[in-house]
Design a protein around this ligand. Structure first.
Ligand code: ADP
Length: 304
């Protein structure tokens, strides 16, 4: 397999604090790589090192097969675009002027391609409107447009949907999928919004305390995830007693939700529960998905 990014025991220390502690990860060409971890686990630090904004304490990485210590790493970096934390856009400029400015920064000889990029991110009709008057989602798309200047084939997005409304989230999702599928752009996306990530990611790297705890493809993940029935009831205490009696395997999620790993006879279950004044509120098919794998790897849910 061909890799866009490979890191090898990468460490970044801030005095005694190990922000990255021997991190080894592999981003295959063509992937949408979901970089998953709690706040403070080291995701942005890794991204900063790859972008050349900071230097590793030890270990190394390869970008398009070029080691970070080699001179030609800057050439590899030209094939890469990034939106780190807040998008680097000038709020008192239009979308087009933001792109023109980025073209100048990159030293590109003419403004060819700007309209195409604006169209790609759905900002071609914003005219004289300044970025400061854009919605958060539009600003995020403008950030991606800026990162697309110079025609990169690897994009790094740091928490791209943080704070976006549902419409904004859908637009970013569709944009990422379009760029990946139609323009062959590989993505490294850091996020702690698992449900959204699971809709697009082809690979995952789970990071904790500065190291990768597991790297897995979406296909492998599917293989290890069991289908189950997610049931919402008025009392999982009553439900669990009943399921124990019947002998069905289950996991209690909270006071009202549980996952059952077999197809129970819902009518029967409902009648039995009613005898103990417990009501079924909803039943839906559910993948024991990314979230469960994350919880089992990290030993807890990220609530921030
Ligand atoms: P994430 O992106 O996963 O939320 P970060 O990579 O931003 O995590 O941070 C990892 C850890 O490194 C955090 O505990 C953070 O406080 C610490 N850290 C980041 N940058 C610095 C710095 N310049 N000096 C000291 N500590 C830092």
């Amino acid at each position: 397999m061909e890799y866009v990014l490979k890191t090898n025991s990468l460490c970044k220390y801030y005095k005694d604090f190990k922000a990255l502690n021997g991190l080894t990860m592999n981003v295959p060409k063509g992937a949408i790589y979901g970089f998953v971890g709690k706040n403070g686990s080291g995701k942005t630090t890794l991204i900063r090192l790859v972008c050349g904004l900071q230097f590793p304490t030890s270990g190394d990485f390869e970008l398009y097969g070029v080691k970070n210590t080699e001179k030609s790493i800057s050439k590899s970096r030209r094939r890469m675009g990034a939106v780190i934390e807040t998008p680097a856009v000038c709020l008192d400029m239009t979308a087009e002027d933001n792109l023109k400015q980025q073209y100048r920064i990159l030293g590109l000889p003419c403004f060819d391609g700007i309209q195409e990029i604006l169209k790609l991110v759905g900002l071609e009709d914003t005219g004289k409107k300044k970025a400061g008057n854009f919605s958060l989602g539009m600003r995020q798309r403008l950030g991606i447009a800026v990162a697309l200047c110079g025609n990169p084939d690897f994009l790094i997005l740091d928490e791209p949907i943080n704070g976006l409304d549902p419409q904004g989230i859908i637009e970013i999702r569709e944009l990422i999928l379009k760029l990946n599928r139609e323009h062959n752009i590989t993505f490294l996306i850091s996020s702690h919004i698992l449900d959204e990530l699971s809709r697009i990611a082809t690979h995952y790297g789970f990071i904790d305390k500065g190291g990768i705890v597991r790297e897995i493809s979406a296909r492998e993940l599917e293989g290890i995830c069991r289908k189950c029935i997610r049931i919402t009831v008025t009392s999982t205490a009553v439900l669990s007693r009943l399921l124990d009696d019947i002998g069905l395997e289950y996991t209690i999620i909270d006071d009202t939700h549980a996952d059952i790993y077999a197809k129970p006879n819902i009518t029967q279950l409902s009648l039995e529960l009613a005898k103990e004044s417990c009501e079924i509120l909803s039943v839906e098919e559910h993948d024991e998905s990314l979230e469960s794998v994350y919880i089992s790897l990290m030993g807890g849910v990220d609530n921030d």
